[in-house]
Unconditional design. Structure first.
Length: 103
């Protein structure tokens, strides 16, 4: 009995992980995605971001996200909310305007 319950729990957890992986893959295939480290540096960029923003992956990796924000937007409401969320290590949902790799 004990073993049966554990097997059922394991099966449910595997299904949940599979479902979450499908959601992530779907989002990654449709959106522009950057992954930032705790220090605000770019760790990964998905192919959509690289293509649409005209960067190479090697040009992005290790840059601080602030380096992609145009100077005239550094004090923009959305940029400030994004920075606040990042500093507090909170989720941010909103707009962030960034420089394209081709200017």
């Amino acid at each position: 009995m004990f073993n049966t319950r554990l097997k059922q729990e394991l099966s449910a957890l595997r299904e949940e992980i599979s479902s979450l992986q499908q959601v992530r893959e779907s989002l990654d295939s449709e959106m522009l995605v950057l992954s930032l480290g705790a220090d605000g540096r770019i760790e990964t960029a998905n192919p959509n971001f690289i293509q649409q923003m005209h960067y190479s992956s090697t040009a992005l990796l290790g840059l601080h996200i602030d380096e992609l924000v145009p100077a005239y937007l550094k004090n923009d409401e959305h940029t400030l909310r994004f920075k606040t969320a990042m500093n507090r290590k909170e989720h941010y949902s909103g707009t962030v305007r960034l420089l394209r790799g081709n200017g």
